[in-house]
Write a protein that binds this ligand. Structure first.
Ligand code: ACO
Length: 348
C-alpha cells in the first residue's frame, strides 16, 4: 500500500480551564484524595463548561496544531475526529469542526473506538496520506467525558476529564509511520460502555433516559485493568516487530492515560525506564482518545521529544479495543492553547 511518506507537521492541545480536583470529589461521593492518588495517580481533571460541546473545545486545539504546522485551514484535505463523546450521535463532530474552521466541501469524518480512537485514527489518517489519497490531514482526539460521567458513582466519576489533542499529518519524503498493531474483542460490551443513546437502547424510548442513569459510562474496572496491560504490551511488541525494532529502540512510550498503575505495569513489562514514558495523568485524568495527543503535545512543547526519536503510541479502551503505532519523530513543533483558569462545578 505504501506509496508516499507521512510525517506529523504540528501538534496542538487544549484543555478547558475548569478544574475538578480530588478534594472536590470528597464533597460528591464517598472517596478521598489519598484513595484516588494511590489507585489512579490522578490529582486534577479539566472540565468543559455546561454550554461547551466537544467541537467547541476541539476548535482551539485544531487552530493550535495548524499554527504549529505553519498551515491554514484551507491547506487541509481532510478532517478526522476520534471521539467517544461527539456533539451528536450524528452528524459527525468532524463535519461541525470543519465548518467552524471555515471549510466547506472538505471531507470530514469521526472515528469511534473509545480510548483507542487516536491510534486507530492515526493509522487511518496516515494510510490516507501514504496511499496518496490526501496530502494534509488534521486528526484530533477530542473528548468531553464529563458529559457522560455519573457524578454519583465513585467507581467511575473520579477517573474522567475533558480535553483535546490534535496533529496535522502531511505527505513527506521520509516515512515516519514505522508500524502498527490494532485489535478488538467485542464479546463483552458490558465491560465498558454507554448503555443508552444508541439503537439498542434509544434515549427517546419511554423510561430509558436518565431514570436508570444509563446515559453514563458503565465499567467493570478490574477486568478492563487486566486486559489493558496485556493488550498494550502485546500490541506494542507486535507493532515494534513490524517496524523491525525492539523495546530497547524506543525513545518514548506515550500510553493512553487511564491509570498510573496500568502505565507502570506496561512500562515494567516492556522493560523500559519510566523516564522514557510520557505521563500527565495527574493533571488531566483519563481523557479517552485525547490523552495520547495531549501528552504528545506537552512532550514536544517541553523539548523531551526530539528529531529522529522513535515513539510508540499505545492505547486500549471500550470495545474492548487496543492498538499501538510506532512513529519516527521528525522535528515538528507543538502549541498549547490556553485560557484563564476558572473553577468548574460538578453536576451531581
Ligand atoms: N473512592 C473510594 N473507594 C472506591 C472508589 C473511590 N473513588 N472507587 C472504588 N472504590 C472502592 C470499591 O467500591 C471497592 O470497595 P469494596 O472492596 O468495599 O467493594 C474498593 O474500592 C476496591 O475497588 P476496585 O474496583 O477493586 O479498585 P481498583 O484497585 O481495581 O481500582 C479502578 C479501580 C481505578 C477503576 C481500576 O480498576 C482501573 O483503573 N481500571 C481500569 C479503568 C480503565 O482503564 N478504563 C478504560 C478506559 S475508559 C474508556 O474507554 C472511556
Amino acid at each position: 500500500m505504501k506509496g508516499y511518506g507521512v510525517t506529523i507537521a504540528g501538534v496542538g492541545q487544549y484543555a478547558p480551564p475548569g478544574i475538578l480536583a480530588n478534594k472536590d470529589f470528597e464533597k460528591l461521593v464517598d472517596t478521598t484524595d489519598e484513595w484516588i492518588v494511590q489507585r489512579t495517580g490522578m490529582k486534577r481533571r479539566h472540565i468543559a463548561a455546561d454550554h461547551e460541546a466537544t467541537s467547541d473545545i476541539a476548535l482551539p486545539a485544531a487552530r493550535a496544531a495548524l499554527e504549529a504546522a505553519g498551515k491554514l485551514p484551507a491547506d487541509l484535505d481532510c478532517v478526522v475526529v476520534a471521539t467517544a463523546t461527539p456533539d451528536y450521535p450524528f452528524p459527525a463532530t468532524a463535519c461541525i469542526l470543519a465548518s467552524r474552521l471555515g471549510l466547506v466541501g472538505t471531507p470530514a469524518f469521526d472515528v469511534q473506538v473509545a480510548c483507542s480512537g487516536f491510534v486507530y485514527g492515526l493509522t487511518a489518517a496516515a494510510a490516507l496520506v501514504r496511499s496518496g489519497v490526501y496530502k494534509t490531514v488534521l486528526l484530533l482526539g477530542a473528548e468531553t467525558l464529563s458529559k457522560i460521567t455519573d457524578y454519583t458513582d465513585r467507581t467511575t466519576c473520579v477517573l474522567f476529564g475533558d480535553g483535546v489533542g490534535a496533529v496535522v499529518l502531511e505527505r513527506s519524503d521520509a516515512d515516519c509511520f514505522l508500524g502498527c498493531n490494532l485489535g478488538t474483542d467485542g464479546s463483552d460490551v458490558s465491560a465498558l460502555y454507554l448503555p443508552v443513546g444508541g439503537s439498542r437502547n434509544p434515549s427517546g424510548r419511554k423510561g430509558m433516559a436518565g431514570a436508570d442513569r444509563g446515559a453514563f459510562i458503565r465499567m467493570q474496572g478490574q477486568s478492563v485493568f487486566k486486559l489493558a496491560v496485556q493488550q498494550m504490551v502485546a500490541a506494542t511488541l507486535s507493532a515494534l516487530d513490524q517496524a523491525g525494532l525492539a523495546p530497547a529502540d524506543v525513545d518514548f512510550l506515550i500510553p493512553h492515560q487511564a491509570n498510573l498503575r496500568i502505565i507502570d505495569a506496561t512500562v515494567k513489562a516492556l522493560k523500559l525506564p519510566v523516564e522514557r514514558c510520557v505521563i500527565n495523568i495527574q493533571e488531566y485524568g483519563n481523557t479517552s482518545s485525547a490523552s495520547i495527543p495531549m501528552a504528545l503535545a506537552e512532550a514536544v512543547a517541553d523539548g523531551r521529544i526530539k528529531d529522529g526519536q522513535v515513539i510508540v503510541f499505545a492505547a486500549f479502551g471500550g470495545g474492548l479495543s487496543w492498538g499501538a503505532v510506532v512513529w519516527r519523530w521528525k522535528g515538528a513543533r507543538a502549541r498549547i492553547a490556553t485560557q484563564p483558569a476558572a473553577v468548574a462545578k460538578a453536576t451531581a
